[in-house]
Design a protein around this ligand. Structure first.
Ligand code: TXE
Length: 479
């Protein structure tokens, strides 16, 4: 199958072959050749020409907005095909894939509105001149995405980068190359000039490295693991180009004794087990106040045991497979490490027995007790359905334990005391804090990480500015 989109043509690549495997049944979806350095060079040249010649950056914001809205309509009209493509590639349950397709369309709509209504600034003059701040695109940007949510993550990069006047070279994850290709073709059909959105699948070593090192690329937008983010940041530092990095997490979910415990159970269970734990904001460390520790943890373990694993397409499935067999092995090795370090597995800790699921990369929702915060599963991002539970006494003890992590992406907080919620929310080192809710995500709010969870903020109006650079104009008024 041809898997690249260069200019306005779907074409074969000259790089390493990628095989897409459906993690629900182990069958091959397709094979494509990825992009090599020569493919990337061709696409980058077309992107530079498109920025220069297509007049994209010179179009009035409302004209760019009209086109982004048409792309949103096309995504919405093809939502079912997009949802099913993501489902066969990464195994997410169909209901969630459908919701993510709708969210991708909404993201294009949001940035159409933002593009049309964002105003430039007039800083107060300190002399006899009139000052203005205008925002210019970088030119060609590269967007590198992971496999857990290509539908939403790619839209969150492409829509604001285009709205800001750039051309985008998209490199999807090697195991989820198909969604971006469909979106890019829809964008062309909606009237996006060729060269402004091109798709270059491939592995990180060959395609990713060549892309971030290409001279034409002026900015990098990356979502993925912290180790990869660090390697990309090193390239960006040498090349002196900006890199927005949305990286890993080890997000805490905190339950105080005075919380609405039924709501907290639901929030904790959804927070870790939705998407089979493969979410950057998964609430993978559960902190429970000691007074309610045993009873609450028992309820959590029972709720985890009650979740139904199933094929992604079946309507009752609450837990789909992991996105790949390699990811399941990774999860299994983390659970083995927890057992070796003295952890007690209260739920899961194994593959499901159901015969219908044997061919897929399934793993049961797992709850582990009895470890200290220093244990491997309490420190490292697992990216799977594994919840580690830990007790805490008071606020100081809690904040010290929570902030010990090198990560700082998100946090959940369950309490009836709003003053305490305010104190704790401000003290936690995380880019997002949810109070009496979890995993509420809005395209209108900035999103990103503290510490090793990343640099920069996507989404919201700052997510548009991420793809622009400020320019100051001084209009002399003397004489
Ligand atoms: O991620 P990678 P992988 C974490 C999660 C997961 C682990 C590994 O813990 O188990 O990372 O997943 C491209 N230059 N997260 O291997 O390698 C790569 O091709 C340029 C958390 O899939 O970070 C893919 O497109 N690009 C995370 C993208 O980077 C490179 C989501 C992400 O791949 C590259 C995903 C290079 N040198 C994984 N090396 C989250 N928290 O959201 C790789 N890539």
């Amino acid at each position: 199958m041809d898997g690249l989109l260069i200019g306005d043509k779907v074409t074969g690549g000259s790089g390493a072959v990628l095989r897409s495997i459906n993690p629900a049944d182990g069958l091959t979806n397709y094979e494509i050749a990825g992009a090599n350095a020569a493919d990337i060079d061709r696409a980058a040249t077309l992107a530079q020409q498109a920025v220069r010649d297509a007049g994209w950056r010179k179009q009035k914001p409302h004209e760019r907005a009209r086109l982004l809205s048409r792309i949103a309509d096309a995504i919405a009209a093809n939502g079912e095909a997009l949802a099913r493509q993501q489902m066969i590639e990464n195994g997410k349950v169909l209901a969630e894939c459908r919701a993510q397709a709708a969210s991708a369309a909404a993201t294009f709509r949001y940035y159409a509105a933002a593009c049309e209504t964002m105003e430039a600034e007039t800083p107060p003059a300190r002399g006899n001149y009139f000052g203005q701040t205008v925002y210019e695109p970088y030119g060609v940007i590269v967007a590198i995405t992971p496999w857990n949510s290509p539908l939403t993550m790619e839209a969150q990069k492409i829509a604001p980068a285009l709205a800001a006047g750039n051309a985008v070279l998209l490199k999807p994850s090697e195991i989820t190359s198909g969604v971006g290709l469909i979106v890019a073709r829809l964008a062309l059909e909606a009237g996006l000039p060729p060269g402004l959105l091109q798709v270059l699948p491939g592995n990180g070593r060959e395609t990713g490295t060549a892309l971030v090192n290409h001279d034409a690329v002026r900015m990098i937008s990356f979502t993925g693991g912290t180790g990869t983010g660090r390697a990309i940041a090193a390239v960006a530092a040498l090349r002196l180009i900006p890199a927005a990095l949305e990286l890993g997490g080890k997000s805490p979910n905190i339950v105080f004794a005075d919380a609405d415990l039924d709501a907290a159970i639901e929030g904790v269970i959804g927070g870790i087990f939705e998407a089979t734990g493969q979410s950057c904001v998964a609430g993978s460390r559960l902190f429970v106040q000691r007074a309610i520790y045993s009873s609450f943890v028992e309820r959590i373990a029972a709720a985890a045991r009650g979740l139904r694993p199933g094929l992604p397409e079946s309507s009752g499935a609450q837990i789909g497979p992991l996105a790949s067999f390699a990811q399941r092995e990774r999860v299994e090795s983390f659970v083995a490490s927890a057992r070796e370090e003295g952890g007690q597995v209260l739920a899961g800790g194994q593959r499901p027995a159901d015969q219908a699921l044997q061919a897929g990369a399934f793993y049961l929702p797992t709850v582990i007790d009895g470890l200290s915060g220093a244990a491997t599963v309490c420190r490292e991002e697992i990216f799977g359905p594994v919840l580690a539970v830990l007790p805490f006494d008071g606020e100081d003890d809690l904040i010290a334990q929570v902030n010990e992590s090198v990560y700082g992406l998100a946090c959940g907080l369950w309490t009836a005391d709003y003053k305490r919620a305010w104190r704790v929310a401000r003290a936690i080192e995380a880019g997002t804090v949810w109070i009496n809710t979890y995993k509420q995500l809005s395209i209108a709010a900035p999103f990103g990480g503290f510490k090793q969870s990343g640099i920069g903020r996507e989404k919201g109006l700052s997510g548009l500015r991420l793809y622009q650079q400020a320019k100051s104009l001084y209009w002399g008024l003397d004489g």
